[in-house]
Design a protein around this ligand. Structure first.
Ligand code: FES
Length: 282
């Protein structure tokens, strides 16, 4: 204290300041890489007001395209072929398709024995959620479905264990720990957090249709209809989902392509950690 009052900084204080600067730079670097930690989460939350656009709560679209879910060879996905997750599942493929625009990833899930609100298929157990975290917009695979027996390391850091981890797991965002319950449909925000206002939103649910005759699945909207799909600016390994969407109105987004030349039907291609190639090597 004496040294500071006469304008002299002790070597220890100088080292502390250098360390603080280095830590700051490291945090920025980690943030860019999407490798957030619990400590980083605190710093990011305090700065959140600088990142949340003023247009945060505007609905995305007033009408939605109709799109058929297809595999990378343009063959329609059959509902009966979608793998199940159950309470003892320890790994589950990441299945992602873009909707309602080419830049908007959604996570496809099927939960055995669960009739999901808004779910489709013979048992109502198939649904899809936006793959863009409602907190600060981290995208899949940083936000991903972690099934029943697969507790991510980051979730263990905030106190989850085999006793308190939900039976069907969570959509868990590794950036700052936001949690979404895949069994709940539209109202999926879990445990309030930790995302603070205005981020206390469930991830929007894709409105799906199942054709019982063909077993095909269609995406026809978002639930709620006035869904806000979070801006996504932090993408691991660069541009995974096309041009960056920096505004809540999705300007800069890319339209889905039509399915086999149809004027009324688009396609949403499901890419997966099992059918590859997985964008960004995830
Ligand atoms: S972006 Fe912060 S928890 Fe997902």
């Amino acid at each position: 204290m004496v040294f500071r009052s006469i304008g002299i900084v002790s070597s220890e204080e100088s080292n502390n300041e250098k360390t603080t600067t280095r830590d700051s730079e490291r945090r920025k670097f980690l943030k860019l890489l999407g490798l957030s930690t619990g400590a980083l989460a605190v710093g990011s939350l305090s700065a959140e007001r600088f990142f949340v656009p003023s247009t945060r709560d505007q609905p995305v679209l007033s009408s939605y395209p109709r799109a058929i879910l297809v595999d990378p060879e343009d063959n329609p996905i059959l509902a009966s072929n979608i793998p199940y997750a159950n309470q003892s599942t320890s790994s589950y493929p990441i299945m992602v398709f873009n909707y309602p625009l080419q830049d908007e990833p959604n996570i496809l899930v099927r939960l055995r024995g669960i009739k999901i609100p808004g779910g489709v298929g013979p048992s109502g157990d198939i649904t899809a959620y936006s793959g863009i975290c409602q907190h600060l917009g981290c995208v899949v695979p940083l936000l991903r479905y972690n099934p029943g027996q697969n507790i991510p390391f980051e979730a263990k850091l905030v106190g989850y264990n085999a006793q308190n981890w939900p039976a069907y797991g969570l959509l868990y965002c590794k950036c700052h720990g936001s949690q979404y319950d895949p069994t709940k449909g539209q109202d999926n925000l879990y445990n309030n957090g930790p995302a603070p206002s205005p981020a206390k939103h469930s991830v929007p649910q894709v409105v799906l249709e199942h054709d019982r005759t063909t077993d095909y699945i269609y995406a026809t909207g978002m639930n709620p209809e006035s869904a806000v799909i979070r801006t996504h600016q932090w993408q691991p390994n660069g541009e995974i989902y096309g041009s960056q969407v920096e505004k809540e109105n999705l300007s800069g987004g890319t339209l889905l392509t039509s399915y086999k030349g149809s004027a009324a039907l688009y396609k949403a291609t499901v890419v997966s950690s099992t059918n590859g190639p997985w964008p960004g090597n995830y």
